[in-house]
Write a protein that binds this ligand. Sequence first.
Ligand code: AMP
Ligand code: MG
Length: 424
Amino acid sequence: MLIRYRGDMQQFVSMEEAFGAIEEHASKRLIETIRVPLPEAVGRVLAEPAIAKLSIPPFNNSARDGVLLSSAGIVAAREGQPLTLAGELRAGDTIETAENLLGDAARIMTGAPVPSWGAAIVMIEDVALTDDGHVTVNTLPDLGAWIRPQGSDIAAGRDIFKPGRRIIPEHVQALASSGVVELAVHRKPRVGICSTGEELVDLASGPPGSGQIYDSNRPFMNAMMRSFGCDVVVNEHVGDTLDEMVGFLRRAMDASLDLVISSGAVSMGSYDFVKPALEAVGAQIIFHKVTQKPGKPLLFAILPNGTLYFGLPGNPVSTVVNCRFYVHYALGVMQQKPLETPIKLRLDRDIEKPEGLAVFLKAQCLRGKGGAMVRALEGQESFQTQPLLEMNGWIVLSEHLGSMQAGDMVNFYPANPRGLPDIF
Ligand code: AMP
Ligand code: MG
């Protein structure tokens, strides 16, 4: 890995270098593949292609309640002749039953098999039925109308779903109908989370006393890791002592985790003991500090047992940014997910930005005159959480860029990396 050496700031890296270092280490720690029943696969990442067992539709069937006509039936209908109904076909009738029903017209229900003589279906609204079993067609159908051909949606035997996708309920719908009853997915990543700070009060033990604040990072990290499809196996708060932090690291190592994140105590304060604690247990520090805002003191290390470790700075927005981007990226690499690509959007107002620092800005994608646009919200300091309630994503500007003007194109990442934001 290339790390730029800058005097005493030896482990200081750029945003690109940080992603590169994470990729290098996370790709050596791929999470194993397991097979799970289809409904249990939701939220997990597909590890092997899924093959369709059945075609969809599995047989030619009716898309509407109506009347099935043969080619001769269509000709007769064009001449205005009433047709004799040969019978009725319902969903669940066998294909044999359908084939045995001979004639030029038959009542047919949605989902019923279409016999080989069937040429088109007329919707029930477009026919007149008589009590003596005849039908007059009021609107002539095109050939093949309302017949769903076998295999027109999904063809049996096809590799229909590529690895690297996180499974959502909509996927279950398509996979279930094509007979995929189980899937090869990555095991859920096992993660540990820890907040540090004497000033913190657990949500369940509030309200905070004098000089105290609620611990918001820990519930956030817990929620975020679960939303990334992880099992949160270790979940602790530690005070501001080296011993307590070392104790947490030892428990984390005993729990055979894939990844650990802590918040706080990675800056330059007198109580910033995460790095010394990591060194005390023999971890390898890969980088400490990234030329970015917010969340500059981010630390990335490998524990002696191989677990990835992220020391996130404690300011709430720094924790959110570093989880959303770096931790999410590491989990993606470990599950062989393709690289996330930003959405390019036009700025609806100017952004002031220093060169030499990458920035992550709480942003809102909104409806502009010429389509979707994006705006950096007010309140970008790393303690300011109110914009998190308004935003639907992040504007990310690399360290090479300077200030931007309204109309410039920028990279936008949805807050929810699993899909497009709830934009409008
Ligand atoms: P630190 O990174 O420990 O120096 O903390 C930086 C700032 O973030 C301080 O104002 C802390 O009080 C605050 N902070 C640290 N951890 C948390 C947490 N878990 N929840 C809320 N705020 C925190
Ligand atoms: Mg602290």
